[in-house]
Design a protein around this ligand. Structure first.
Ligand code: SAM
Length: 381
């Protein structure tokens, strides 16, 4: 599967690798992967089948000494603590979310430790867009401060919608830091030509078992209404074949309600795993070696490959130099968080970030209250 030439000079490590969506994008841009880490055994199975590498399992057991030297640290750190569905679910179970979520939110600390100790030329972190608004922007502001203290004065934040590349609306947040203090400009994330249409990625004769049952079809409107009343985003959606789907989520395997394909004279159907692969911009030769349930989870958790490829190509331009955009980074402790060039309504970052919950291991940012680090939110559609 690897698309890189083995003598690519720029290297990266692929942390929280999932099934390697970030890896594919970086390889397409000419980088070479030298290490990967992924704990889930089914994701590992897919990763091994497609890349031939067995990832390191639990990142909690990983130290900087285990990591080979690399140019870019790449990580799509677990997003459930910040995603709309994740926050709603944890709240309904009376559980903490964000960094108060001991298991998942705290994995960021591990990333921070590895970045601080390895000092890669760049890092690229990926998460859901809900991270920008979680805890009224404080969580992201806090992350940026921590990264700045890890040695990266200028950290840029961008949002990218995959709509220009695949027939899916999927907005993801990227955090990019460059060690030489250059200010990173995100690419426009527009794709090329007309936005792709859903009908062009559908299978011609999908298996009838993907058609939903009469019972489920009758139940979905009431289900959607119940969730609407509870104020969360679950519902069901009949997709427009000439347009794009909603965001494919990791819970798609449950009932497929968020993306239903209309069919003439029949109940709608779910996407097939092959269609999910296309919806995420993975190449046709990418092998699906797990059950449908796992495949839906894996693609729903992953990234849209051409979006990452475009971002990685831009990172490569910076690393290949020559550098023209290096700036003097003002260390004005009172400067407000700088929020980017085009801002989505409701996606602004709070200027008063405060400090994060005390469970941050003693270093909760309170000692550095005023300067959240530089951030730009760009490329939003
Ligand atoms: C949002 S997904 C990243 C998906 C990836 N970007 C891709 O393209 O498939 C986060 C991944 O982190 C993994 N993960 C969670 N906790 C982990 C841990 N402690 N050690 C290693 N991987 C972990 C999950 O299994 C999941 O696959």
């Amino acid at each position: 599967m690897s698309t890189h030439s083995d003598n690519s000079s720029l290297t990266f490590v692929d942390l929280f690798a999932g099934i390697g969506g970030m890896r594919l994008g970086f390889e397409q841009a000419g980088f070479r992967c030298v290490f990967s880490c992924e704990r889930d055994k089914w994701a590992q199975k897919t990763y091994i089948s497609n890349f031939g590498d067995t990832p390191w399992s639990d990142i909690n057991d990983l130290t900087a000494a285990h990591l080979p030297d690399h140019d870019v640290l790449v990580a799509g750190f677990p997003c459930q603590p910040f995603s709309i569905a994740g926050v709603a679910k944890k709240a309904s179970l009376g559980r903490e979310h964000g960094f108060r979520d001991e298991g998942q939110g705290r994995l960021f600390f591990k990333l921070e430790e590895l970045i601080r100790e390895k000092q890669p030329k760049a890092f690229v972190l990926e998460n859901v867009r809900g991270l920008a608004t979680h805890n009224r922007g404080r969580t992201l502001g806090w992350i940026l401060r921590r990264l700045r203290r890890a040695g990266y004065e200028n950290v840029s934040v961008g949002l990218a919608n995959a709509r220009g590349y695949v027939p899916q609306n999927r907005v993801r947040l990227f955090i990019v830091g460059l060690r030489d203090n250059a200010e990173f400009e995100f690419p426009p994330f527009e794709g090329s030509g007309l936005p792709p249409r859903l009908r062009d990625i559908l299978e011609v004769n999908p298996d009838p078992r993907f058609t939903i049952t009469d019972r489920l079809w009758a139940y979905l409107p009431a289900y959607a209404e119940r969730h609407r009343q509870r104020g969360n985003g679950f519902g069901f959606g009949l997709a427009d074949l000439d347009g794009a789907t909603r965001t494919l989520s990791a819970r798609y395997h449950k009932d497929g309600a968020e993306i239903l394909i209309p069919q003439e004279g029949k109940n709608p159907r779910r996407l097939t795993p092959t269609e999910c692969r296309r919806l995420m911009g993975f190449p046709e030769e990418f092998k699906i070696v797990v059950s449908n349930t796992q495949a839906y989870r894996q693609f729903g958790n992953s990234v849209v490959v051409p979006v990452v490829a475009e971002l990685a190509a831009r990172v490569k331009e910076y690393l290949d130099g020559p550098r023209t955009t290096a700036i003097e980074c003002p260390l004005d402790e009172t400067a407000p968080l700088e929020v980017g060039t085009r801002e989505l309504p409701g996606l602004g970052l709070a200027k008063d970030e405060g400090s994060l919950p005390s469970a941050t291991g003693g270093d909760d940012g309170a000692a550095d209250p005023g300067r959240p680090g530089r951030a730009r939110l760009v490329g939003v559609r």
